[in-house]
Design a binder for this molecule. Sequence first.
Ligand code: FMN
Length: 359
Amino acid sequence: MSVLFSKLTIRDVTLRNRVLVSPMCMYSSDDGFANDWHMVHLGSRAVGGAAAVITEATAVTADGRISPQDLGIWQDAHVEPLARIFRFIAQQGAVPGMQLAHAGRKASTARPWEGGGPVAVAEGGWTPIHAPSAIPFTPGWQTPRAMTDEDIASVIDAFRAAATRLLAAGGRIVELHAAHGYLLHEFLSPLTNHRTDRYGGSFDNRIRLVLDTTDAVRAVWPERLPLCVRISATDWVEDGWSIDESIALARRLKDRGADVIDCSSGGTVPHAQIHLGPGYQVPFAERIRREAGIMTAAVGMITGAAQAEQVLHLGQADAVVLARQLLRDPYWPMHAAMELNEDVEPPVQYSRAFPRPRA
Ligand SMILES: Cc1cc2nc3c(=O)[nH]c(=O)nc-3n(C[C@H](O)[C@H](O)[C@H](O)COP(=O)(O)O)c2cc1C
């Protein structure tokens, strides 16, 4: 039996295999609402056999959206359309989850296919943009406002309220987005956090917002359900956030009730030199798993069944998280099962297309 198709239990949630759908912005919402696009996009990956389907970065406040078209969970009215999708995902045997996010200084930008640059107020963007320090992402982007204590308290509250709504919608995995240069990551990295108060400076101060947010979410997120944190394990810049700090943070997150660290990287500054290649972030998942003693998920250019199996077999991670490969092939888990000669049940409606291996 492969490790890829073995079950994984985290708290009271059992995943049918080790393949997770990575959060992927769809930039397809109106006022934060989930719609038919999200049903088909997320639903197909559940039909395709993934163990958990995690929504895109879902904004905890309207001004925390990356783009005006982001999915959101900042109001109670967002719950019902999400609940419909989550019910469908669960009916397919997958576990529905959500990535909760605040874009920080990278908020109010255009969809990638519309250039991805800042969106002015007149074009549906907004201001102020919040960040630890008043440093724009790159020249020409909005200069954010350095957050006050009240701003910080209200963002923590927004994460807490969003987690409560997620629970009401039937979500069973919560992932905090502390990666890719968005708000929580901006507090972690010395490149973006120049504060001199208790949220900036020392390592303990820079991680405070992530820990406080984790505490706030864990307080309303039931003990029986998993909490993950996606981090950028490195900024890929000298003097930036590092893998050693990530390991130290992971230890602290574990103490606060986080269950899995989803190990991504980069996104803080535009000039980072990222060393891309197959499985390029797997070594981060491996070190964090080994040195912090917490479950990790490996993500980034994992595309093949044998490759994914190897990551798990070598104990580099507990699960693999796929993004683009699952866009190319929503049935990747079924195809991977065939390649590894695993007996995985397709949806009954599709059973004639996915023959079961002989015993
Ligand atoms: C269309 C698209 C949207 C994405 N949106 C998000 C997102 O909302 N949150 C996030 O943490 N990462 C996001 N990412 C990054 C992916 O989750 C993943 O980490 C990255 O693509 C590397 O994995 P891959 O090589 O399997 O694609 C996005 C990637 C793509 C391709």
